[in-house]
Design a protein around this ligand. Structure first.
Ligand code: AMP
Ligand code: MG
Length: 300
């Protein structure tokens, strides 16, 4: 997944259970990596338009991402890969494409062309899938279930900044999660959570800077084909499921401040913290009781 993962487990056989979690994470990586030829996603992306039969879990992942794409009006787009690759984000070979290069690829990111039939996936030749926006949250949910089945009541998963708190700390206190300040290397504040997932998206995590000092982030607006450049620096989503938080943090970052608030009001079912590029911090009212910070926060 091209990131660091920390698994903290308290309880009997904790060491063995952490090893099991590591093995499962590696299995998911093998299943869903866009770059390794053995993965199911690689097979789908290189199928030449033919049906590819995949595992139940891959179907679950694809179904979820397509559903969230519809729910977010296309802000989340699991077929964004051709554009990501054009910008060089898939190989760390950064490149600023011309407008015509971007326009010619915009037709290749239509995820409504993906067809599922039981365990078969049919993706047109010009379409490629990438689950960088939801995969980590999804794996977080799977590992959470695995640990819970093994009787673990206290654990913390951090999959590249996608945090999943299982139960409380062993002493019964909530887990403390530091949120990174997108404006500097410091901490924005600390969330106290138990049995919740906390996921942040922003263009400060993965980006490149061109010769003129302009910054290009790794989250692409599927409507324009350009890296997101709006009034947000970061979106943190707090909710019960890692996959939901992961999908929404990416999608609401694409939407920008006003649409993100509108989405929250229309849908709910999660809490969020938005940092605007003027430095203002906004949060939903459910955050009030669990967020401690020295910064001023405007509540929605
Ligand atoms: P996240 O860190 O969860 O916000 O996901 C960002 C990653 O998802 C990027 O590094 C890309 O691999 C991919 N991505 C970029 N833009 C989008 C988008 N609009 N919809 C879905 N995935 C995207
Ligand atoms: Mg995400």
């Amino acid at each position: 997944m091209d990131t660091y993962i920390t698994v903290t487990v308290y309880g009997e056989n904790a060491e063995q259970i952490v090893e099991g979690a590591q093995k499962s994470i590696e299995d998911y990586e093998r299943l869903w990596s866009v770059t390794s030829p053995g993965s199911e996603i690689y097979k789908i992306n290189n199928s030449g338009g033919k049906a590819v039969v995949v595992s139940d879990e891959t179907i679950e992942l694809i179904e979820f991402a397509l559903e969230m794409s519809l729910e977010t009006d296309g802000a989340l787009n699991p077929a964004i890969y051709p554009l990501l690759s054009l910008w060089g984000f898939t190989k760390e070979e950064n490149y600023v494409p011309s407008e015509s290069e971007i326009n010619s690829l915009l037709k290749n990111v239509d995820c409504s062309t993906v067809k599922l039939d039981d365990n078969a996936v049919i993706v047109p030749d010009n379409i490629m899938l990438d689950f960088g926006s939801v995969g980590k949250g999804f794996v977080g949910d799977k590992i959470t279930e695995q640990l819970q089945h093994q009787g673990i009541k206290s654990a913390l998963l951090d999959i590249g900044g996608n945090v999943q708190a299982i139960g409380t700390k062993p002493d019964g206190e909530a887990w403390k999660i530091g949120l990174r300040n997108p404006m500097n290397e410091g901490i924005l504040g600390v969330l106290s959570v138990s049995d919740l997932s906390v996921v942040t998206s922003g263009n400060y995590e993965r980006y490149f800077v061109d010769d003129n000092g302009k910054r290009y982030g790794h989250i692409i607006d599927p409507a324009s084909g350009y890296p997101v450049e709006n009034d947000l620096l970061s979106v943190t989503i707090i909710g019960e499921k890692g996959r939901q938080c992961d999908a929404l943090s990416t999608a609401l970052f694409v939407m920008g401040f006003d649409k993100a608030i509108e989405f929250f009001k229309d849908n709910g079912g999660f809490e969020m913290i938005l940092v605007k590029n003027n430095g203002e911090i906004y949060a939903t009212s459910g955050v009030r009781a669990i967020f401690s910070t020295d910064n001023e926060v405007f509540f929605i």
